[in-house]
Design a protein around this ligand. Structure first.
Ligand code: IDP
Ligand code: MG
Length: 154
């Protein structure tokens, strides 16, 4: 099944939203395939946010992403990249729809609680950026057969 990379950003850590965010993913039926805390540095952020390095806000983005350790997660599920992006909401939390993570938990464009991979191709690259292969677990939780129809699991 498909995987996606989530970062619980320093805004989630500083505002004690870790449990609330993870609970949403679990209630949705997504499987936690990997999870750990780590301190990001400039090198990994320049790689991760390569599409933004020339933007004027990049220095503040760097500082904000290094302000505390973050929690990185691999979530697994059917069409999980698109499912999680729709749960995440628009980049600017003030614009993000109510019911989304950013829409419900944030007020900032930059301090927007989580990162979520935007395409399956980028998800594969991002999972490998933050996790060693042995840190991502291939297992079937007992809930799986109640979460999907048989033909969806095939
Ligand atoms: P995304 O996180 O919704 O995929 P991206 O455009 O990939 O949005 O931007 C990555 C991150 O950079 C955003 O989540 C946000 O933290 C920050 N960012 C993006 N655009 C702006 C901006 O215009 N001002 C300040 N921060 C921004
Ligand atoms: Mg993005």
């Amino acid at each position: 099944m498909e995987q996606t990379l989530i970062i619980l950003k320093p805004s989630a850590i500083n505002r004690s939203l870790v449990g609330d965010v993870i609970t949403r993913f679990q209630r949705k039926g997504l499987v936690i395939a990997g999870i750990k805390m780590m301190q990001l540095d400039e090198a990994i952020l320049r790689e991760h946010y390569a599409h933004l390095v020339e933007r004027p806000f990049f220095p503040t983005l760097l500082r904000s992403m290094m302000a505390t350790p973050v929690i990185v997660m691999v979530l697994r599920g059917k069409d999980v990249v698109a499912v999680v992006r729709s749960m995440t909401g628009a980049t600017n939390s003030r614009v993000a729809a109510p019911g989304t993570i950013r829409g419900d938990f944030g007020m900032s464009g930059q301090e927007n609680i989580i990162h979520a991979s935007d395409t399956p191709e980028n998800a594969t690259v991002e999972v490998a950026r933050f996790f060693a292969p042995e840190e991502v677990f291939d297992y079937s939780p007992a809930t799986l057969s109640a979460t999907y129809a048989d033909d969806e699991l095939a």
